[in-house]
Design a protein around this ligand. Structure first.
Ligand code: SAH
Ligand code: SF4
Length: 388
């Protein structure tokens, strides 16, 4: 039998588990702090816990780290880890240092079932959900490894921001995600404010509503198209949760969101979604105009344009730089705050959508076939008119 993994618990969960051992909540708090704040996994070294408790813990549980396969460092300071999660699956985690922050990009699943047309993880299919311990294991490993490598003074954190933008659709792994977010936010854990933890989703509207109730952190929505036929082709779940549905969910989320805007991510695909006409569709959509919008429903937002990171099986190309800037200018002229994402870690394949790991695709055969069909229907014509 595998021992209980203490990385699977948020603080309430750990307190309940400790109560089963006859221990008071403050003991669970001490244990939690040893694990997450000090990075300790040897119960013997948890010096302020009673010997009897240390013995009970050693007999019943462990702090189970992820098994790193490799660690790559980019010339720009980006670090990418590949972790073995068993069954032939590997996941990736990326640390992106900037002047004023250190951001960790975390995976939520081995593979992904959503199957977006432009995403390398999506092309691999879905293998399995990660456990809370595997989601947090990435943060635990990265934070404590970086503290040692960077020789940070005691109490100083390496990771100041977390984005759930690695492999997988985090909201499709909701039950494991929420306790992990709580540990990231807990003052006895990693102490990150709600604004510094971002969940990125391809648009699962019912689960956006649940997140708003259970743990409203910053939200990024991967939009990529502002009309339904094109979004249906790029992000298959749009057929179930269309743009009007999505805009309404974003609007509801804003009532409890830590920031007063939603971030829309938009991956720039050459000749597919990067024309000025599509920029105007996007402006209309977020202002509650046009065929895909909910009339009159305006969504305060920031738009983040992501240069597409190509991979051979996609058959798609990155938009030329001048088209990305023209698209950005069109949005900015209409009053939308727009940024163009810098690609980081290019030399170690650490950019968005390049996180491939190695996943044994257990998606059922019907879904795989359907995904293959979806590879066919996008055509870009020279004038950027799009038929999907
Ligand atoms: N499943 C979630 C989070 C993981 S993907 C989501 O889709 O939001 C994180 C971001 O990377 C998303 O915005 C996604 O659209 C983007 N992305 C995926 N493949 C990409 C690629 N090849 N190039 C650039 N961005 C990509
Ligand atoms: Fe999954 Fe996100 Fe990739 Fe789409 S972009 S396939 S939702 S990981």
């Amino acid at each position: 039998m595998t021992a209980v993994n203490l990385l699977d618990f948020d603080l309430d969960g750990l307190a309940a588990w400790c109560a089963g051992l006859g221990e008071k909540r403050f003991r669970a708090v001490q244990l939690f702090r040893w694990i997450h704040q000090k990075g300790e996994r040897d119960f013997e070294r948890m010096s302020d816990l009673a010997r009897s408790l240390r013995e009970k813990l050693a007999a019943r549980c462990e702090v189970r780290p992820l098994v790193p396969i490799s660690e790559h460092r980019s010339a720009d300071g980006t670090v990418k880890w590949l972790f073995d999660v068993g069954g032939g699956n590997a996941i990736e985690t990326v640390f992106i240092p900037e002047d004023d922050r250190g951001t960790l990009c975390i995976s939520s699943q081995a593979g992904c079932a959503v199957g977006c047309r432009f995403c390398s993880t999506g092309h691999q299919g879905f293998s399995r959900n990660l456990s809370t311990g595997e989601i947090l294991g990435q943060l635990w490993h990265a934070e404590h490894a970086l503290r040692r490598q960077l020789a940070l003074p005691a109490g100083e954190r390496a990771i100041t921001n977390v984005v759930m933008m690695g492999m997988g659709e985090p909201l499709q792994n909701y039950a494991a995600l929420v306790p992990a977010l709580k540990v990231m936010r807990d003052d006895h854990g990693y102490g990150l404010s709600r604004r510094r933890v971002t969940v990125s989703t391809s648009g699962m509207t019912r689960l956006i509503d649940r997140l708003r109730e259970d743990c409203p952190v910053a939200l990024a929505v991967s939009l990529h198209a502002a009309n339904n036929p094109l979004r249906d082709a790029l992000v298959p779940l749009n057929r179930k949760h269309d743009l009007a549905d999505l805009m309404q969910a974003c609007h509801r989320y804003l009532e409890r969101a830590p920031r007063d805007f939603i971030t829309f991510e938009y991956c720039m695909l050459d000749g597919v979604n990067d024309g000025l006409e599509q920029a105007r569709e996007l402006i209309d959509l977020v202002n509650g105009r046009g065929p895909a919008a909910v009339p009159g429903l305006r969504i305060p937002c920031k738009v983040n344009l992501i240069p597409f990171n190509p991979f051979p099986a996609s058959g798609l190309k990155r938009s030329p730089r001048d088209r990305v800037t023209a698209f950005a200018r069109e949005l900015q002229d209409a009053g939308l705050v727009t940024t163009i994402r810098k690609t980081r870690g290019d030399d170690i394949d650490a950019a968005c959508g390049q996180l491939a790991g190695e996943v044994s695709d257990r998606t059922n055969a019907r879904e795989r076939l359907q995904r293959r069909r979806e590879v066919i229907p996008i055509h870009a014509d020279p004038a950027h008119g799009v038929r999907a």
